[in-house]
Design a protein around this ligand. Structure first.
Ligand SMILES: [Cu+2]
Ligand SMILES: [Zn+2]
Length: 186
């Protein structure tokens, strides 16, 4: 195993250990598949695991993807939770960013953001992403749970709401939908 695979495994072990000592922990997975409704050169597939130990607490999101096209200039890729866990028309049927409070799009660290705004992920020289996010807004518990919603990986960099146009404050101008999945409790 290389370094990133080792660190991912360690993260998964930590998640599993956390799950075994806390009774109300919720874990979910999302099996990422290529957008069947768009003509994309990036053939992105993989897994995303999500885990939250308590209501109001952070959610850990472990991302393991491959198949990004390393021959294009797009290294950063917008990564969001969209409203609908509906892949009947590929990633096109997942609606927009999950935004239950009807505010503008932003960075994950911004006080103004969609619940689904998780910023960007960065592909490596092999076209892979092995990383994790710890987010204080995304939840697997309660009224604003993201269970049953979709994760979408985009072709371009999310400008995090700083682009100065209408697209920036709605989608981050992250471009086409490369791949997606439905967040499913396990
Ligand atoms: Cu998106
Ligand atoms: Zn957004």
């Amino acid at each position: 195993m290389n370094y990133s695979q080792t660190s991912l495994c360690l993260t998964l072990v930590v998640l599993t250990l956390t799950a075994s000592v806390s009774s109300d922990v919720i874990t979910a997975r999302c099996d990422v598949e290529v957008n069947s409704a768009a003509d994309v050169t990036d053939q992105v597939t993989g897994e995303v695991f999500l885990q939250q130990s308590e209501s109001g607490g952070p959610t850990t999101i472990v991302i393991s993807l491959s198949g990004f096209d390393t021959s294009d200039a797009n290294v950063l890729h917008g990564f969001h939770i969209h409203v609908d866990g509906d892949l009947s028309n590929g990633c096109q049927s997942t609606s927009g960013h999950y935004n239950p409070f009807n505010v503008n799009h932003g960075a994950p660290t911004s006080s103004v953001r969609h619940v689904g705004d998780l910023g960007n992920i960065e592909e490596d020289s092999q076209g892979r992403v092995e990383t994790f996010i710890i987010d204080d807004v995304v939840s697997l518990i309660g009224e604003y749970s993201v269970l049953g919603r979709a994760i979408v990986v985009h072709a371009k960099e999310d400008d995090l709401g700083l682009g100065g146009d209408q697209g920036s404050i709605t989608t981050g101008n992250a471009g086409a939908r490369l791949a997606c999945c439905v967040i499913t409790e396990i």
